[in-house]
Design a protein around this ligand. Sequence first.
Ligand code: XBP
Ligand code: MG
Length: 259
Amino acid sequence: MSLEALLFDVDGTLADTERDGHRVAFNLAFVDAGLDWNWSVELYGKLLKVTGGKERIRYYLDEFNRSFSRPDNLDEFIAGLHRAKTDHYTALLAGGGIPLRPGVERLLHEARAAGLRLAIATTTTPANVEALLVNTLGRESMDWFEVIAAGDIVPAKKPAPDIYLYAMQEMNLAPMQCLAFEDSANGIKSTRDADLATIITINDYTAEDDFSDAVLVLDQLGEPNQPFHVLQGTVNGDSYVTIDLLRNLHAAYCRTANV
Ligand code: XBP
Ligand code: MG
């Protein structure tokens, strides 16, 4: 089976958005609401166990702030905090706050030139994806992705496979025709259960995660003048991710899977 499409996670994969983007925006929303909550860099690493901002706030209350006296309508309270957080996050990105990770823009251009189809599969809110793409690649980049599967579009967020299954269904593609790009344990659980071959680029929050199911684990996608470091898997002398490398990885994966 030939490689037809690349499916990308957003947070941590396209850009390092968590520590200096989402975390900061949550804290600003807490200040707006008159709350004394502050999510430190370290605490946020623990909170990342749960994907989705609303789900993360609830997890924080359940596990790290049990003494907080909850309002009667907790769902609406959390939804309000999360709306404010999204406003802060998109404003941070509009200010040019977060660049794409090395190799991302180059690889997207090369994939388009090679005729590969592109999609996004993320737990983050659609407005956040748009803010990142528009402010790093320009508004036209929204059209590069055939499907932008994001946020509450599926009820079960990562580590459930649903968001990837949704994207592939919309594109009428089978897992064996795709490669996925992820950065985290929750991400690879989601791709693995969607039967997708996955390339991981780690970041500070995910470096110790279990990526034994990945076809390749890298520190970053790399550029001609900025070689990647291979942390797991094999490349044949490549120093940055190219379409040829992806086709080779995909072919090897198909051979192993006997398709
Ligand atoms: C990303 C997330 C998101 C963001 C917050 O996970 O966990 O929840 O942190 O986004 P992944 P929202 O990279 O695995 O998709 O606040 O918009 O929900
Ligand atoms: Mg991620």
